[in-house]
Ligand binder design. Structure first.
Ligand code: ADP
Length: 766
């Protein structure tokens, strides 16, 4: 009987195996013959026919019959029963002699159950083959499978696993156990193959993707190059940017950030959203002035000349600026104290900033802070935000392109807090000489040196500026101009500038002194010269039309022509009232747009001792009013009952700031005293001052503005607190000359001047 050694195949009883005829021939040394009986023995290792030894085999083999010698190129052997190899003898010429005994199976398999399970296994195998290129071949085979052994043997070549595992099937005596082992082996291997396939497909897809991506990128690059060649102007936004960045004297941190962002930019496709953001950032970075300018010596006389050329008056401001320049020269520095210009609109705060820049020979940049509520406006947005932008400070620096501009931060008093952070605290950092050399804008994300910037802040009022911010700055107040100063400013600056702006030559337009005066008095009412400037501009436009139409040269403008040329009505006279009435007294108030006169009116009406206060300053005035009422009751005990038997109505017109409310104390007291005594106070008498419950007149702020307003309104006499006398030095001579200014120490003294004498003059303390 031929002996056929096999290795690592499933060969179990009740199954058919398929062998290549060649293999059969070499392994048995005989031609395959139909119906020949054959014994299969299982080698432990893959082994050549002539190298087999008796111990190369497992102890159990299987006997079968050759059913076909050439079925589609295969020798088919039907296996039927197991044998124990009792003796193995290898002959010198290579033949294998065996002594075998039959090894019976334990017939414990339930045939019905086995059939069902076989069907299930076959279905699973066929399902696995679904869609595979070898599926038709599989179907052919599957049709021949009639036992679990057939299936296991058929799939065996595709199943990984060790030869012991396969031999274990043969070694198993119980048919049921063997059936089960084969079933498990098939299912497990199906799963394994499935997973393997999935992994393989996933890997393939990944690889495909990578190759595809690389290919597309190459293609894009190629197309981009083609495009670039067609349009050399496009080439190289990126290249140009790279060059600029390379040349920019970035500091170390900025260089790092720049390299980082640049490499990200290059990874992004040109059409990605990110690309634009990164590009904008780098563009901004490259445009910032990273280098430092050398401080240069400024000629003080020259600087003074420049300042004088642009602005009339403002002597104090100019003096302070010359001092600052001198200090900067000595210390070889580019900046000094931070100046805060405070004053009404149109008093020249911003424009003198420009002259300062000119005098220093530096760039000028104005940053408006009015209405800024968001910290990010100062410090920038982080780049992760869509639409992120640098803050206004760095934006200003970027626009002027130098690291040492004169930067005017306009309207610092109009900053406000919001839930988006406190811009004022961000500004603190900007203005702090200790910190601003490493100011970090969130957008830029690396420190930028602001220490060479010459900062000037402007404000209309100090009330709303947080104290820490105020502490950083040196205050210089712009008090507004007197009519005479305005006259000069109009003649020397505003008119010539307005003429030049519309192209009117020298000597083509003449304004009489009276006309200018009338504009100042009747067509504008302001502390600064904004309105005046507007009127000059309007006149020049009218003149331009006149001249272009071939009108007479020079065109002369008189007071009477103003109505027509300015096309506006003169403002109603803000002159003080003519008529004096008891209970009405002229007060002076400070407002962010300059000083103003106001009337405090009091009236007793029938009632039962109530006090009504109307007007804007309701709450603030309440306390002042109570003090005044108590004071007047004390001074005029004979009239005290008036307050019990009547209601008192006090009206304080709008206009003054809440902080200035208390400075109406003297006015209120005078008004009430006048009311109870029935003695009127002439409206041309004005006053300002706080009062204490003791009747002392306390100092107030904003004296220059108040006196100027008094003069504008035609007031003749002004009572001021004695403690404010020193402030008169700040008041223009012209204003002092126009007014009778009487300092007073206490209320009784004031009332004495007004001719209202308490019946029994008592010092309140008595
Ligand atoms: P502010 O900043 O105080 O509101 P601006 O600086 O804008 O005022 O001044 C308004 C206009 O008035 C500018 O055209 C400015 O040139 C002019 N001006 C203000 N003060 C003077 C002055 N003293 N001399 C000449 N022009 C002045």
């Amino acid at each position: 009987m031929p002996v056929l050694p096999i290795h690592n195949s499933v060969a179990v009883p009740q199954s058919t195996i398929y062998l290549r005829p060649d293999y059969y021939r070499t392994m048995t040394g005989r031609e395959p013959q139909q119906d020949a009986k054959v014994i299969l023995i299982v080698t432990k290792e893959p082994i050549a026919r002539n190298a087999v030894k008796p111990d190369s085999f497992y102890p159990i083999g299987v006997a079968g019959i050759v059913r076909e010698t050439n079925m589609q190129g295969f020798v088919t052997v039907e296996l039927d029963s197991r044998v124990n190899l009792e003796e193995v003898e290898i002959q010198p010429e290579g033949g294998i002699h065996l002594k075998v005994s039959r090894r019976p199976d334990l017939d414990d398999l339930d045939p019905v159950d086995a059939r069902n399970r076989l069907t299930a296994v076959k279905e699973a195998v066929l399902a696995f083959g679904e869609g595979k290129p070898w599926q038709p071949a599989l179907r052919v085979f599957a049709a021949l499978w009639t036992t679990m052994g057939d299936v296991a043997a058929g799939l065996s070549p595709w199943m990984p696993g060790k030869s012991e595992e396969r031999y274990a099937l043969l070694a198993e005596d119980s048919k049921a156990r063997r059936f089960e082992m084969m079933e498990k082996m098939i299912y497990e291997n199906l799963e394994l193959m499935k997973v393997g396939n999935e992994v393989r497909t996933a890997q393939e897809e990944d690889h495909q993707k990578i190759y595809r991506e690389a290919a597309i990128k190459k293609q894009l690059e190629y197309l981009q190059n083609e495009l670039d060649e067609l349009h050399p102007e496009n080439i190289s936004d990126l290249q140009k940017l790279e060059q600029r960045l390379h040349d920019a004297p970035l500091n170390e941190l900025a260089r790092k950030e720049c390299d980082k962002v640049l490499s990200r930019l290059k990874q992004e496709g040109k059409n990605s959203a990110e690309y634009g953001l990164l590009y904008d950032y780098l563009d901004f970075l490259s445009n910032l002035p990273w280098g430092k300018a050398e401080p240069k010596d400024i000629d003080l006389d020259e600087a003074e000349k420049i300042l004088d050329a642009d602005h009339f008056g403002l002597a104090k401001v100019k003096r302070r600026i010359i001092q600052q320049i001198a200090v900067m020269n000595l210390k070889k520095r580019q900046s000094g104290s931070i100046l805060l210009f405070v004053g009404a609109p149109g008093t020249g705060k911003t424009s003198i900033g420009q002259s300062i820049a000119k005098a220093l020979g530096r760039e000028y940049v104005r940053v408006s802070l009015g209405g800024v509520r968001d910290e990010a406006d100062i410090r920038g947005h982080r780049r992760t935000y869509i639409g992120a932008m640098p803050g206004r400070i760095l934006d200003g620096i970027s626009k002027c392109g130098v690291s040492n501009p004169v930067m005017v931060l306009d309207e610092v008093d109009k900053l406000s807090m919001s839930y988006n952070g406190d811009p004022a605290s961000a500004l603190l950092e900007v203005l702090d000489p200790e910190q601003n050399s490493t100011f970090t804008d969130h957008y830029l994300n690396v420190p930028f040196d602001l220490s060479d910037v010459f900062f000037i802040c402007t404000a209309n009022s100090l009330d709303t500026i947080p104290q820490p911010l105020l502490d950083r700055m040196e205050l210089i107040s712009f008090q507004g101009y007197t009519p005479t100063e305005k006259q000069e400013i109009a003649r020397l600056h505003l008119l010539p500038k307005a003429m030049e702006a519309v192209g009117i030559g020298e000597g083509e337009l003449e304004l009489s002194e009276q006309a200018i005066q009338a504009i100042i008095d009747d067509y504008t009412r302001e502390a600064g010269v904004r309105g005046l400037k507007k009127c000059m501009d309007t006149l020049c436009r009218s003149a331009a039309v006149h001249l272009v139409r071939g009108g007479e040269k020079p065109m002369r403008v008189e007071q009477e022509d103003l109505r027509e040329l300015l096309d506006m009505r003169p403002l109603p006279h803000r002159h003080v009232k003519e008529e004096a009435k008891p209970g009405v007294v002229t007060g002076l108030a400070w407002t962010p747009v300059g000083g103003d006169v106001l009337y405090i009116e009091t009236l007793l009406t029938r009632g039962g001792g109530k006090t009504v206060i109307t007007g804007q300053l309701g709450d603030v005035m309440k306390e002042s009013a109570q003090i005044a009422v108590s004071l007047v009751k004390h001074l005029f005990p004979e009239h005290a009952n008036l307050f019990e038997e009547n209601d008192l109505h006090i009206h304080v017109p709008d206009g003054a700031t809440p902080k200035d409310g208390p400075s109406a104390g003297v006015t209120l007291t005078s008004s009430l005293s006048s009311l109870v005594t029935g003695i009127p106070v002439p409206p041309t008498i004005a006053m300002t001052g706080e009062v204490s419950l003791q009747g002392d007149v306390k100092p107030i702020g904003g004296l220059p503005e108040k006196l100027m307003a008094a003069q504008r309104a035609g007031v003749k006499t002004v009572f001021i607190p004695e403690e404010n006398v020193d402030d008169l030095r700040e008041v223009a001579q012209e204003v002092r000359d126009a007014l009778e200014i009487i300092p007073v120490r206490d209320v009784e003294e004031l009332l004495g001047h007004l001719g209202i004498h308490p019946k029994e003059p008592t010092r309140i303390a008595s």
